[in-house]
Design a protein around this ligand. Structure first.
Ligand SMILES: Cc1cc2nc3c(=O)[nH]c(=O)nc-3n(C[C@H](O)[C@H](O)[C@H](O)COP(=O)(O)OP(=O)(O)OC[C@H]3O[C@@H](n4cnc5c(N)ncnc54)[C@H](O)[C@@H]3O)c2cc1C
Length: 390
């Protein structure tokens, strides 16, 4: 098989890039290790910045997002028994975010690929990129007993944190930066009316909590838990009791609880690999960087990589201009690191660190007090939350 751009990974990054390139007449093949059902069962991100939403529209898959997604003009930070609002729209001169589940967005991308007869190969086993340090890279994979080869001009690694792309780059050609946090988020999805129409990030002496949502009838709640905890340690009743203890009284009293339809623990980690390109292999999204979910940067950082790659590849194929490909890693990393900084800052501001001193605690309190006493500090938070320009 031959294509122009071979993409490893059929998550949001890979699907969005293949859809955008297809619309500009550029051939792609997406190789996804799992079945479509499996990919669509993963409950992950839910807050989209306006730049991501614009890319979805450009990819002609934004119709349902615009119809069913909820525009959020602000969110709350709860502390010391009160909640204070961050008015994103006012602080950024009109910008907002859209709450729309990653599951729905991925479904829309798959349907977009289907409408254009895009090639997405599921259950592709043992995918491997080859010869990407030459001008003739290719991919191989197995499907049952068949071994398949895909020749291409470029390989894009969109295969997430545990994928094969980054691992294929020689270790001495890249540098990894990492911070592992000493806690995780226990998340519960529940078919109940969300306690608040806007997200509430709560900091409390018992730990962080987040009241999020996916729709007017689907709530997504999280609490900070030690890494030693497992899902089995947390019945639904125990989860909601702990969540309510970490929220202001009026919020806790208004909460409607119900059985969980999904419950999982996600460890928190910050990670970046540099550079994001090796020869004709380019990394994008979680394959190159991940953040703790505080601040909702994960999926949105993936979107900016796709934006840069999309334009770079279009320039290559339509104008024979390789400046975008040459500068991809530098440009993408500049924005990635800003997302890393913001996620780290929000995580440090709102969580309880097991080894923190009384001094660290005072600094956290002062950071919070400063935030709500300064329009400039709030504007900086808001500017980062709605998404810095690509
Ligand atoms: C549990 C969890 C919760 C999260 N919550 C949030 C949140 O609240 N907010 C937020 O902004 N972000 C969140 N994120 C991050 C967000 O989901 C990711 O940033 C986003 O999924 C990145 O998309 P991606 O396409 O780059 O990678 P992925 O979504 O990881 O997709 C990679 C794809 O590649 C496939 N793949 C992997 N290896 C191979 C291989 N060898 N061959 C072929 N295919 C392969 C995988 O099956 C997968 O479909 C969360 C992530 C996790 C894991």
């Amino acid at each position: 098989m031959r294509t122009q751009v071979g993409i490893i990974g059929g998550g949001p990054s890979g699907l969005l890039l293949s859809q955008l390139l297809h619309l500009r007449g550029i051939d792609t093949v997406v190789l996804e290790k799992h079945s479509r059902d499996y990919v669509l069962r993963r409950i992950r991100a839910g807050v989209l910045e306006h730049g991501f939403a614009a890319l979805m529209r450009e990819a002609k898959v934004g119709e349902r997002m615009d119809r069913e997604g909820q525009i959020h003009e602000g969110f709350y930070i709860a502390h010391d028994g009160i909640k204070e609002r961050v008015n994103l729209k006012e602080l950024t001169g009109g910008n907002t975010v859209i709450v729309y589940g990653q599951t729905e967005l991925t479904r829309d991308l798959y349907e977009g690929r289907d409408r254009l007869d895009g090639i997405v190969i599921h259950n592709a086993e043992d995918v491997k990129p080859h010869d990407f340090d030459t001008s003739r890279p290719y991919l191989t994979y197995r499907q049952g007993v068949d071994a398949v080869r895909v020749d291409c001009d470029y390989i894009i690694g969109c295969d997430g944190f545990h994928g094969v792309s980054r691992q294929s780059i020689p270790k001495d050609k890249m540098r990894e930066y990492e911070r592992v946090y000493p806690f995780g988020w226990l998340g519960v999805l529940s078919r109940t009316r969300p306690v608040s129409p806007e997200l509430i990030y709560a900091t409390h002496e018992r730990g962080f909590a987040l009241c999020s949502l996916r729709s007017p009838t689907l709530s997504r709640y999280y609490i900070q838990v030690p890494l030693t905890d497992s899902v089995e340690d947390w019945s639904d009743a125990k989860f909601f009791e702990e969540l309510q203890r970490r929220l202001p009284e009026d919020v806790a009293a208004a909460m409607i609880t119900g059985p969980s339809i999904e419950k999982s623990i996600a460890p928190l980690r910050s990670f970046v690999v540099e550079p994001m390109r090796f020869g004709r292999l380019f990394l994008a999204g979680d394959a190159a960087h991940i953040v703790p979910p505080t601040g909702a940067r994960g999926l949105n950082s993936a979107a900016s990589d796709i934006y840069y790659l999309y334009h770079a590849l279009v320039d290559h194929y339509t104008k024979r201009d390789d400046a975008g490909l040459e500068s991809y890693s530098r440009r993408a990393l500049a924005r990635v690191w800003k997302g890393q900084r913001f996620s780290w800052w929000m995580t440090a501001l709102l969580h309880r660190f097991p080894d923190s001193s009384a001094y660290d605690r005072r600094l956290q309190e002062t950071d919070l007090a400063y935030l709500f006493s300064s329009q400039k500090a709030l504007a900086s938070l808001a500017e980062n939350y709605v998404g810095l320009p690509f």
